[in-house]
Write a protein that binds this ligand. Structure first.
Ligand code: SAM
Length: 218
């Protein structure tokens, strides 16, 4: 989980996929930018091609706790938070559940902030942060993956997520995985949520090859 993997060499199909991903993301961000919460949210550093995958918006602490409870984290788990922001999911997993946890974040300022917070919390030995593009890191060592991303980003991750070891749990805050049926969905009151009109978060759990997905994940 520690080492970012190199991006695959450029192919016509890969270039096409990235171009269409950029176009879709631009459309999503343009639409979302009209909302006050996005306009106010600090933005991740733009990538070299000028694109941005997801803005920085934090998961309220009680929702972080609910995500980790939904994942059923426990001894031996290795958690990976894709787009780790200020590190709160990773730090909570390391501090309250005592597990190894890693955050992947593209914004170096957020990486620095998360590392400082992990130090303050006394869990820097269990909570690591990698400055990298979440599309380019190795996911295979994680037993639990948490995400607070955007719908199109979740969809782009599906091909890699479905190849993970059976039993790997995936938890997403608010955004689904298209037509993948969650094993469980919970609604959590989120009075501190800074986005959306309803102060509520929807959390979804999928287990790779799990009970609800006896049929292969599509
Ligand atoms: C909605 S925030 C979620 C933060 C944190 N996981 C939480 O739930 O509180 C999404 C994060 O993804 C980061 N991000 C956006 N694009 C990324 C990329 N391609 N690779 C890694 N991180 C990215 C943003 O900088 C932002 O911090």
């Amino acid at each position: 989980m520690n080492q970012p993997v190199e991006p695959p060499s450029d192919t016509g199909q890969g270039a096409h996929r990235r171009a269409s991903r950029r176009a879709h993301r631009r459309a999503c961000l343009t639409a979302l930018a009209a909302l006050p919460w996005i306009a106010q949210a600090p933005r991740a550093r733009a990538q070299s091609d000028g694109s941005l995958d997801v803005p920085f918006v934090t998961t309220p602490q009680n929702v972080v706790d609910a995500m980790l409870a939904l994942a059923g984290v426990g001894p031996g788990d290795r958690l990976l938070d894709l787009g780790s922001g200020d590190g709160r999911i990773v730090i909570t997993a390391a501090q309250r559940w005592g597990i190894e946890a890693t955050g992947v974040e593209i914004d170096p300022a957020l990486i620095e902030r998360a590392r400082a917070e992990a130090q303050r919390a006394g869990v820097a030995h269990r909570a690591q942060f990698i400055e990298a593009d979440l599309f380019k890191v190795d996911l295979t060592q994680a037993t639990v993956i948490t995400m607070y991303l955007l719908p199109d980003v979740n969809l782009l991750l599906r091909p890699r997520l479905q190849q993970l070891r059976p039993g790997t749990r995936l938890v997403s805050h608010d955004w689904d995985m298209g037509d993948w049926e969650p094993d469980r969905t919970v609604l959590v009151d989120a009075p501190d949520k800074i986005v959306g009109l309803r102060k509520q978060s929807r959390l979804m759990l999928w287990t790779v090859g799990g009970p609800q997905s006896a049929r292969p994940m599509r």
